[in-house]
Design a protein around this ligand. Sequence first.
Ligand code: GDP
Ligand code: MG
Length: 452
Amino acid sequence: MDLINLEEEETRKIKAVLVGAPEADISELKGLVDTLGYEVARSVILLRMEQNPVYGFGKGKAEEIAALSKELEADIIIFDFEISPRKQRNWEKLAKIPVIDRQEVILRIFAQRAQTKEAVLQVQLAQLEYARPRLAHSYGDMARQRGGNFGSKGSGETQLELDIRKIREKIQQLKKELEQVVRDRQTQRKRRERVPLPTCALAGYTNAGKSSLLNALTGADVFVEDKLFATLDPTTRKLQLKSSIKTSGDEKGFAANILLTDTVGFISNLPHSLVNAFKSTLEEAQRANLILLVLDASDEKAEEQYNTVVKVLEEIGAENTPRIIVLNKIDKLTGNPAQLAKLSSTFPDSVKISAKTHEGFQQLSQRICDELLGKEIDCVIPMEKQALLNEARKTGIITEENWLDDGIHIKIKGGELKKNPRLSALLSPFSENITEEKEGQGGFKKKFGSDW
Ligand code: GDP
Ligand code: MG
């Protein structure tokens, strides 16, 4: 049931002519088109936009672009700006090839990449809503051509013959299915929340390296690709935060677990119909205890992209969630110290890393630890309650451990973990321990009760 997602046979790449508004930066559209697997035959930047009801701009220019497309043997013309269904139809009559806009490019990318049931449904819904006015207008020859022009397996034709009533019914049905999927996901989340691990969400512009980072950090098998939108669905993995500690004798490593969630990449000017699909995956970011805002440090537009991401985080109500700015891909900046210096001064509190070389992972892990697990708490565990030490190791991070006569002196991080009732029983006496716990074992026992 995909009306505008054309299943091309991979014989040759589809050639596209791109058209940008005056003074537009067309590089993002190029990236999107590349992600879709199309080849950019030529980019045309318009000198001016006239209010022309037929083509959106002057007839002469329109004919010129149509002729250029023919000469280059282009298969499709793609506008960087939105075109109305009527103009689209006029364009297709003129150019005799499909003419789409940026929104449809994004829809097609989503359609290619949707993996979970929810994402597939969201994309289908967005496609139908986008296609509805267009189908209503473009029934007939052009509709057929739009559907079947890429040597598709004839699928376009029959699908396009669905009437508008059927589309409306399909939209209703999809909405129902989606509601069910969303309910299922909430159930899953509740189940996950029963394990009270702190959560950390990766957020950032598309292609910043979020999935690579998740992979590199967790060894998780997440879809990594040098393309935009390689991930559409949130993926959650358990991450071990390792911390080396000094004990009275040797140096040991301990680990605490957190949940790390990948999110779909953010992008400016999302098609309206896709905003919902986006927001549902971003719920994960909204619920996180900490957001890792990942930026591609090698991208000249890193700052702009940061602004886009911050705006979206505000829109989903995550503006107050603690965040760490992660400057990724610093391995690509060895020859460009100026860019790194510039970003460092713009984001003085950022952590610089490379998901590729794992540079900076130690610092990142440390920062996540500090933010999620809170500051260190000192406490003393009585010798006969050594079992508590294991409990503490499993749930928090012990940064220092000294076995002395009056008990085991430890420094532990575990602020967020207070949500765990068993752990808070552990932690609250610990934290009070610093000020009140003077009398050693006796006081400790009093606080913990005799079960310990
Ligand atoms: P996402 O859209 O944010 O999930 O980005 P991906 O993880 O899919 O990465 C996008 C591209 O950037 C891929 O080609 C990665 O291999 C590449 N990449 C990610 N991190 C690094 C890095 O630290 N260094 C370099 N050189 N490339 C990276
Ligand atoms: Mg990704």
